[in-house]
Design a protein around this ligand. Structure first.
Ligand SMILES: Nc1ncnc2c1ncn2[C@@H]1O[C@H](COP(=O)(O)OP(=O)(O)O)[C@@H](O)[C@H]1O
Ligand SMILES: N[C@@H](CCOP(=O)(O)O)C(=O)O
Length: 315
């Protein structure tokens, strides 16, 4: 038996929901922006192979690869159910740049765990699997946050409710919006970008954050596109992380001048996202970002839409 699972890129925070909102993203040209994990039956034991353009950026020791850790965690949890893990080989196709703000570690985690679960005839429920994904993401970034793994796994725009048996729930969203994602080609570690955030916030920031997030969620449910876009403001991370991104303030203003409805940091950066109401605006914004935001030839710009499917099997 052989199975290939694709897990898409994700844009966490969406400016307004630090650690609580994230969207799965796919380029509109049909290209795959995400990692793939293939699982194959073998005679004995466990093998892990990593291939793909960004394989050279993975930790040198295989045990530090999060896919290896996903296998270990899955095997331990399976054992608690009295089930043994089958002999298998995992092949990670590392297509996502690391430390990009596009949920690279989440892509690997989600693709690996979905592949392992399907290979063993789905012993774990969606929420059980998502809980394991969060644990692995926490090992990498220093604290558990589900805003990459949940959209990457489930698709759409996810709100982390973390209550009543649900880690996250899907929010209705504006499917006609284009997301222009620009990765400048430099690395920002999520753990470091979390470490620079303040330990506490002023009362004004807390109130503004509550108003923005509450109004954004209300706007999604009541189809108020202008209100949703206006509420995409970040008082929690952007003011502190902006300095990690090249000319962030200037580039952000330029995308707004070109007609973007909102613009912010994707995850912990350095990728920036800009929301465009139509393809013409998205194309103009993409061209601007290509010329002014990319720092080297590793960088890229993609015009995307929210990916409502999430992780899936490839033929
Ligand atoms: N399969 C993997 N994919 C991505 N990162 C991995 C993987 N395995 C281990 N890592 C490590 O996890 C960290 C990922 O960094 P992080 O800043 O969280 O990136 P991202 O925001 O793109 O997920 C890096 O230190 C990287 O070496
Ligand atoms: N909420 C997290 C999201 C990190 O996303 P990543 O794509 O940069 O890993 C944060 O902002 O720290």
């Amino acid at each position: 038996m052989s199975l290939r699972i694709y897990a898409p890129a994700s844009s966490a925070n969406v400016s307004v929901g630090f650690d609580t909102l994230g969207a799965a993203i796919s380029p509109i040209d049909g290209s795959l922006l995400g990692d793939v994990v293939q699982i194959d039956e073998i005679a004995n034991g466990f093998e892990l192979e990593s291939v793909g353009y960004f394989v050279r950026k993975l930790p040198k020791e295989p045990q530090k690869n999060i896919v290896y850790q996903a296998y270990v965690l899955f095997s331990e949890r399976l054992k608690l159910r009295g089930i043994g893990v089958k002999p298998l080989r995992l092949t990670l196709e590392k297509n996502m740049p690391i430390g990009s703000g596009l949920g690279s570690s989440a892509c690997s985690i989600v693709a690996a765990l979905v592949a392992l679960n399907r290979f063993h005839d789905e012993p774990f429920s969606k929420m059980e699997l998502l809980e394991m994904m969060g644990e692995l993401e926490g090992r990498i970034s220093g604290s558990i946050h589900y805003d990459n793994v949940a959209p990457c796994y489930l698709g759409g725009l996810q709100l982390m409710v973390e209550s009543l048996g649900n880690i996250s729930q899907t929010l209705p969203f504006f499917d006609h919006w284009y997301w222009v994602l620009a990765y400048p080609g430099i690395e920002v570690s999520t753990a470091e970008a979390r470490a620079i955030l303040p330990k506490s916030y002023t009362r004004k920031d807390v109130i503004d954050h509550g108003r923005h997030l509450g109004s954004f969620v209300h706007a999604c449910h009541t189809h108020q596109e202008a209100l949703a876009a206006m509420m995409m403001q970040d008082v929690i991370a952007e003011p502190y992380r902006a300095a990690l991104l090249p000319n962030f303030a200037e580039v952000k203003q330029a995308t707004r001048d070109l007609g973007a409805l909102a613009c912010g940091i994707s995850g912990s950066g350095p990728t920036m996202f800009a929301i465009a109401p139509d393809l013409q605006t998205a194309t103009k914004v993409a061209k601007y970002l290509e010329q002014h935001y990319l720092q080297n030839n590793e960088g890229f710009v993609h015009i995307c839409k929210v990916d409502n499917q999430g992780a899936r099997a490839l033929d």
